[in-house]
Design a protein around this ligand. Structure first.
Ligand code: FAD
Ligand code: NAD
Ligand code: ISD
Length: 427
């Protein structure tokens, strides 16, 4: 025996929240929609966990950052779901899915059936053990993916104030957590295998700016090497991080951000999986027409890149793909193919940057790298395909986004360097 719904959203993260709001706006009836989430709280803006939530003073806390406040939209509290007749099945992991029978089975043994399923299972943090190292289970080693991880990180940070931390990984989590640790008066050493931070996106020149800024805040960088092992005290706490090049770094705590894996396992062998995600079409529909996938777990065609399929691990993509899927479900005739402009951003210390498009082709930097107002364009086949800007105004960011969306033609590359954002403003 179990429950039956017309629509089920599997996963209760960012995409789930934005999908729920869209379902309500498109006119579902009470009792038709159910959200099943392993997390014990209603959908929230995950980006807050590495920013406002980690502030030493007046940190952001729930219910203030439930979705959809990150997009300046309604805040969906548990009361909102109740009032709209949406069943929130929280603290409940789905252990198996059967797309032929259109059922999900929870860890508690309940079977929940659907007519339409929206998979929004996001991703999990990769563990050091998956790279051959040991010791992730130590009391003072932190990962950061969900609210429980973030609460644990805060409590460990508070117990280490005035001490040292090692941050393993030079990507988004590493950079944002290092900034938060410093703000919490903890000295940080960052360790990562690449030659510079944010290797997936930044050029060397851009990375040099952020690394120098972090160094001015006391952060020490150890690049081009990885963790070999941990040394622990008698209580099992890590006291020293030993690197592959033999360096020993004494520490009071460790934060690990070494990438993610999309949560696809329930559907492997049932749906087409590509580039690590559930492959969907331009309506976010998977290889089974009753199953849609959105957010970090979906691999979808990006029109701007000639319909090349991509999996994007960012919040704006989760929000937009979720809304698009619901539109395709509720208003199939009126929904056109998704036309998404990839958008990434970060905020650390007093800095703030945005990136639009793709970081391929030739890069032209511009602006004042000393004053912290600079950017870069990526040019491919004579057109702007990507744009980065630190310290811009809302209008500036809109301008670079538009230049990428329109794939502005570049006749004279020297003009990009000379005019910077102004070049995009003429898009
Ligand atoms: P998620 O938000 O991860 O939600 C997935 C949900 O599915 C979770 O609730 C999970 O518990 C649930 N779930 C998974 N499997 C099951 C199962 N079997 N049964 C039940 N429930 C299940 N992006 C940006 O662009 N800017 C940022 O500043 C930014 N900051 C970030 C900070 C942090 C700390 C993190 C972790 C990510 C950040 N991101 C940021 C990335 C962004 O948050 C993700 O891209 C976004 O959350 C993806 O949304 P999603 O709904 O696909 O997945
Ligand atoms: P990431 O892919 O951004 O960075 C992973 C980093 O791990 C790499 O840069 C590399 O330095 C390092 N690394 C890889 N293998 C390693 C190894 N064996 N040992 C040591 N270091 C290793 O992933 P992340 O920083 O873990 O972020 C996780 C997810 O959270 C991503 O999806 C990211 O998009 C998201 N996130 C986004 C933002 C944002 O957009 N502002 C902020 C926080 C988190
Ligand atoms: O997009 C975001 C982001 O970066 C946050 O910190 O959403 C959150 C919200 O602004 C929550 O307060």
């Amino acid at each position: 025996m179990g429950r039956a719904f017309v629509y089920v959203i599997l996963g209760g993260g960012v995409a789930a929240g934005y999908a729920a709001l869209e379902f309500v706006r498109r006119g579902i009836a009470p009792g038709e929609l159910c959200i099943i989430s392993e997390e014990s709280v209603a959908p929230y803006e995950r980006p807050a966990l590495s920013k406002g939530f980690l502030l030493p003073e007046a940190p952001a806390c729930l219910p203030s950052f439930h979705t959809c406040v990150g997009a300046n939209d309604e805040r969906l509290t548990p009361k909102w779901y109740r009032e709209h007749g949406i069943e929130l099945v929280l603290g409940t992991k789905v252990k198996s899915a059967d797309v032929k029978r259109m059922t999900l089975t929870t860890i508690a043994g309940e079977t929940i059936s659907y007519k339409i399923l929206v998979v929004a299972t996001g991703a999990r943090a990769l563990k050091l053990e998956e790279f051959g190292a040991k010791g992730s289970d130590a009391e003072n080693v932190c990962y950061l993916r969900n609210l429980a991880d973030a609460a644990r990180l805060v409590s460990i940070m508070q117990s280490c104030s005035g001490g040292n931390a090692v941050v393993i990984g030079g990507g988004y989590i590493g950079m944002e957590c290092a900034a938060a640790l410093v703000t919490n008066r903890i000295r940080v050493t960052m360790v990562f295998p690449e030659a510079h931070c944010m290797g997936r996106l930044f050029t060397r020149k851009i990375a040099d700016f952020y690394e120098a800024f972090y160094e001015s805040k006391g952060v020490n960088f150890i690049k081009g090497t990885v963790l070999s092992s941990f040394e622990n005290d008698s209580e099992g706490k890590v006291t020293t991080v030993i690197l592959r090049d033999g360096t020993r770094v004494p520490t009071h705590m460790v934060v690990v951000g070494i990438g993610i894996r999309p949560n696809t396992s329930l559907f492997e062998g049932q749906l087409t999986i590509e580039k690590g995600g559930i492959k969907v079409n331009s309506r976010m529909q998977s290889s089974n027409s009753s199953v849609y996938a959105v957010g970090d777990v979906a691999t979808f065609p990006v029109k701007l890149f000639g319909d090349e399929i991509r999996r994007l691990e960012h919040v704006d993509s989760a929000r937009q793909t979720a809304k698009h899927a619901v539109s395709a479900i509720m208003l199939p005739e009126k929904t056109t193919d998704i036309d998404y402009l990839p958008f990434f951003y970060s905020r650390v210390f007093t800095l703030s940057w945005q990136f639009y498009g793709d970081n391929i082709g030739e890069v032209i930097h511009y602006g004042d790298f000393f004053a912290g107002r600079f950017g870069a364009y990526w040019i491919s086949k004579g057109r702007i395909v990507g744009a980065f800007l630190e310290g811009g105004s809302r209008e500036d960011y809109e301008a670079i986004a538009k230049a990428v969306k329109l794939k502005m033609i570049v006749k004279e590359k020297s003009e990009l360097e000379k005019f910077g954002v102004e070049f995009a403003s003429n898009a």
